[in-house]
Design a protein around this ligand. Structure first.
Ligand code: IPM
Ligand code: MN
Length: 354
């Protein structure tokens, strides 16, 4: 009997549903070609539902989503909803509730994609950031003292547990080994100033490194890494870092790979359900126009298949996207691709089906 996977789908806000449609179109073609089944169950969480019902993401939905093999997420963020409510209530809530402790962000420049870096091409930009996804400054530890008075104090603490740091670092070493590119893992930290948090990270990193003699452990401060991303991105293979630094450096990573139209990511619990998403956001001004670039969502779908064990299908999706960027699209920017959203989905689907 062929394998079946249950996928929970949260199209979300803005252009989320449009790009998710194209992602699903491509996933269905891949499933047919490689002989497995995908069952999609859609959930309407996001800004519209919140504005209508005041409900963000009930616990019953979290329990249901947990039962799926993976979650495919479009975008969260609505212009009429105060910033933070949906991001915290849906995206961060799922990261914590499902213990999605890895945020995996490939940074790869595809053929034909315009790179903002001078003299850099696809041979220079191909690395992966492993971001810790459940701790650090995102843990919500801290508080106010004398709020609203002239003596107000606000404290926001970075929480780093040995267990949380170690499991993330271990994942990164394993990933680096599987990826088998340069076999180099760079810890991105700030050991010269954050002498508690990154002391723990650094000690753990070099301890775990002893178990992986074939991987070269490397270290860079976060500020220097932003400089190297621009100057020498070819130095990197896999980078591991904490939640906040990972958030920041992956936006820079997205820009050097051609922008938000192509940047995909996975929120992963290696032992449980994982959630895959284009990282670009809901782009409300493009909503309903059929001009948004769906490639990031399509790539996120490819990552999802790879995570589910359908490696070849995931690879074919990535290679098909590379054909489309290399041979068809004029630009990755919404409205300037030379094709509309659904036509770009068709182009990729066509290569996947071949
Ligand atoms: C990301 C996003 C989120 C984050 C926001 C929307 C809470 O920027 O996935 O990188 O900060 O993690
Ligand atoms: Mn971010």
């Amino acid at each position: 009997m062929s394998k079946s996977y249950n996928i929970g789908v949260i199209p979300g806000d803005g252009t989320g549903p449009e790009v998710i449609n194209e992602g699903i179109k491509v996933l269905k073609v891949a499933a047919k070609r490689f002989g497995f089944n995908l069952h999609f169950t859609e959930y309407d969480f996001g800004g519209n539902r919140y504005l209508k019902t005041n409900e963000v993401l009930p616990n019953s939905a979290v329990d249901e989503l947990k039962q799926h093999d993976a979650i495919f997420l479009g975008a969260i963020g609505h212009p009429d909803v105060k910033p933070g409510i949906l991001e915290k209530g849906i995206l961060l809530h799922l990261r914590f509730a499902l213990d999605l402790y890895i945020n995996l962000r490939p940074v790869k420049l595809f053929p034909g994609v315009e790179c903002p870096l001078k003299d850099k091409g696809p041979e220079h930009i191909d690395f992966v950031v492993v971001r810790e996804n459940t701790e650090g400054l995102y843990a919500g530890s801290g508080g106010f003292f004398k709020k609203g008075t002239p003596d107000e104090v606000a404290i926001q603490e970075s929480v780093n547990t040995r267990k949380g740091v170690e499991r993330c670092i271990r994942y990164a070493f394993n990933y680096c080994q599987r990826r088998s590119k340069d076999k180099k893992l760079t810890l991105c930290g700030k050991t010269n100033v954050l002498t508690y948090a990154f002391d723990l990270w650094e000690r753990t990193f070099y301890e775990v490194a002893k178990e992986y003699p074939e991987i070269k452990p490397d270290y860079a401060h976060v500020d220097a890494i932003t400089m190297w991303f621009v100057k020498n991105p070819e130095w990197f293979d896999v980078i591991v870092t904490d939640n906040m630094f990972g958030d920041i450096i992956t936006d820079l990573g997205a820009m050097i790979q051609g922008g938000m139209g192509i940047a995909a990511g996975g929120n992963i619990n290696p032992e449980g359900t994982a959630m895959f998403e284009p990282i670009g956001g809901s782009a409300p001004k493009y909503t309903g126009k059929n001009i948004i670039n769906p490639l990031a969502a399509i790539c996120a779908g490819g990552m999802m298949l790879e995570h589910l064990g359908q490696r070849e299908a995931g690879n074919v999706i990535e290679r098909s996207v590379m054909e489309v960027t290399g041979k068809h699209l004029k630009s990755l920017a919404a409205g300037h691709m030379g094709y509309n959203t659904s036509e770009v989905g068709d182009l990729v689907a066509n290569y996947v089906g071949k």
